[in-house]
Design a protein around this ligand. Structure first.
Ligand code: 5GP
Ligand code: ZN
Length: 282
């Protein structure tokens, strides 16, 4: 009934469309545990918690520059109207990353201490693949920090060892690497190089199935890109800088199953405790 990795473990249903999976209860329980554990990663922080649906205003994605940088990944929503029997582009697209939903709500001045958001959303990227870690629809949890360049850059730096430790406590071996986003078109190579030179993106990868690793968390610094695009300013009127730490929940769950096996009740105590799961529940 399921793809090779998933089937023996009863985690995911065979996709009908590539990269779109139905999920079994144990997979969802682990995912919920991960989500809860992520909430507790920085007990001193009090983020503004926001949850968004899997669709987002086309206007927001246009404003963010996504149509120029990543049109090849974007899913757009077409719909019929009451009067028109043909499909036409609607005012919505499918959310490509959770943090985009935050920026239009942060327009204006941010206080000296900045703003911190905790956001989660289903995301979509048009990357059909038979590899279960490459899903077209998946959930992304993000912490998003907005403020001065210095504070935001420092915040992102603090989070790298925090997520490394998180993965270690879950019993996952991870590797940290400088990375770049898959930009589109003629300028792609230059943009990717410049993103790497400025050390804007780091990824943590884990083994997600025998012999395959994938990035499960990214730590991103966007300079003033979103501050300028969404007119978000610091207290002295400069465009604000932004950073996000993004957790791919399904990939983290696949990493746990790859490391600890199909039977959750046999997972290490520490991993279960961190996920808030008891052996009896599994
Ligand atoms: P980024 O915005 O850095 O590309 O993605 C953030 C995180 O979302 C990644 O580190 C990864 O965990 C998750 N992610 C990105 N693309 C995919 C995908 O195709 N499938 C799944 N399951 N997760 C993804
Ligand atoms: Zn983000």
């Amino acid at each position: 009934m399921c793809v090779s990795l998933a089937s023996d473990r009863g985690l995911l249903l065979d996709p009908i469309a590539p990269g779109v999976y139905g999920r079994l209860p144990i997979f969802e329980r682990v995912l919920a545990g991960l989500s809860e554990a992520i909430s507790n990663l920085d007990p001193s922080a009090h983020p503004e918690v926001l949850r968004f649906p899997p669709v987002i205003a086309r206007q927001t994605i246009l404003r963010a520059g996504y149509f120029e940088s990543f049109p090849h990944l974007l899913g757009t929503i077409h719909a019929f109207s009451e009067h028109e029997p043909a499909e036409a582009p609607s005012d919505l697209v499918v959310t490509p990353a959770a943090c985009y939903a935050v920026y239009p709500h942060a327009t204006g001045r941010v206080p000296v201490e900045g703003r911190l958001f905790d956001v989660e959303s289903w995301c979509f990227r048009q990357e059909p693949s038979d590899d279960p870690e490459r899903m077209r629809a998946f959930r992304m949890r993000e912490f998003v920090n907005i403020g001065s360049a210095e504070r935001v850059h420092g915040w992102r730096k603090e989070w790298i060892p925090r997520v490394q430790q998180f993965l270690a406590r879950l019993g996952l071996q991870s590797s940290l690497a400088l990375a770049n986003d898959p930009f589109f078109g003629a300028g792609a190579r230059f943009l990717a190089m410049s993103q790497r030179e400025q050390e804007l993106k780091f990824e943590l990868s884990v083994e997600v199935r025998a012999g395959a690793t994938a990035a499960c968390i990214s730590c991103n610094y966007h300079l003033d890109h979103f501050g300028t695009a969404f007119d978000i300013r610091t207290e002295n009127g400069e465009p604000a800088h932004t950073a996000c730490v993004a957790f791919g929940l399904e990939r983290l769950a696949l990493g746990l199953f790859a490391a600890h096996g199909a039977l959750v009740e046999k997972w290490p105590d520490q991993s279960l405790r961190l996920l808030g799961l008891s052996r009896a529940q599994c």
